[in-house]
Design a protein around this ligand. Structure first.
Ligand SMILES: C[S@@+](CC[C@H](N)C(=O)[O-])C[C@H]1O[C@@H](n2cnc3c(N)ncnc32)[C@H](O)[C@@H]1O
Length: 213
């Protein structure tokens, strides 16, 4: 969705980093072979994720919601040479597609794929994290936050996607709309929780940066 006029949005994109060739290929294949291709982060948000990761230069990254691996590869661009990225998704049909692109990149050996429900897999990961990207089922965002907050290194960053939920966060809430309710609850939690400081960026569908204090 466009939060600024489309022409200005085009200008912003045109004056930001270009999408690497491998990610262009990944996007083409995602649109050709995979259902709901628009779930992918896309070129502009991808460059934002890459930039944030490079600024942090994390040793340990966790991603919740791999899909076809677009955001995984963007986040991996900032990894330390000895660092690792653990990424989790429930959809087993995406596993081989993800691996093919991870191995075509220079980060293949640093990326660990986990197949299954993130709520069950996160407690099994024996790591603390410098950067976490939450981009899976919205009704579990609060649960993901509660699972990871004590496993963030001081100064660690949690990025949360889709926090503006196509603008529905400012509309009158339909009591049957569980997803919007979940996003509203999550945004309030991030604002009020004293363990993090938070800013919401109006990028794409809304991206929140929360820093562990
Ligand atoms: C929006 S997509 C992720 C997009 C990806 N981060 C990107 O930017 O390219 C959400 C993904 O979360 C996965 N997912 C949904 N519920 C999940 C859960 N409980 N545990 C792990 N993954 C889940 C879905 O299978 C889907 O691939």
């Amino acid at each position: 969705m466009h939060f600024i006029p489309e022409k200005l949005d085009d200008y912003v994109v045109a004056h930001s980093e270009n999408e690497p060739e491998l990610l262009q290929q990944l996007t083409r294949d995602t649109f050709r072979k995979i259902l709901q291709p628009r779930m992918s982060s896309g070129p502009y948000q991808g460059r934002v994720l890459s930039m944030i990761s490079k600024l942090i230069n994390p040793k340990y990254i966790l991603e919740i919601g791999t899909f076809t691996g677009y955001s995984t590869l963007c986040l991996a661009e900032g990894l330390q040479p000895s660092g690792t990225l653990d990424t989790i998704d429930t959809n087993e049909e995406l596993f081989d597609f993800q691996r093919e692109f991870f191995d075509k990149s220079e980060y293949g050996s640093q990326i660990n794929q986990h197949l299954g429900n993130a709520l069950e897999i996160i407690p099994q990961l024996n790591k603390t994290f410098d950067l976490v990207f939450i981009d899976a089922d919205k009704d579990n965002y609060v649960n993901y936050f509660n699972l990871i907050i004590d496993r963030m290194n001081p100064g660690g960053i949690i990025l949360s996607d889709n926090v503006l939920w196509s603008g529905k966060v400012i509309e009158v809430l339909n009591p049957k709309d569980k997803m919007t309710k979940a996003v509203l609850e999550y945004n309030t939690l991030l604002k009020e929780d004293k363990r993090v400081e938070t800013v919401v960026l109006p990028i794409r569908d809304g991206l929140t940066i929360s820093r562990k204090l």
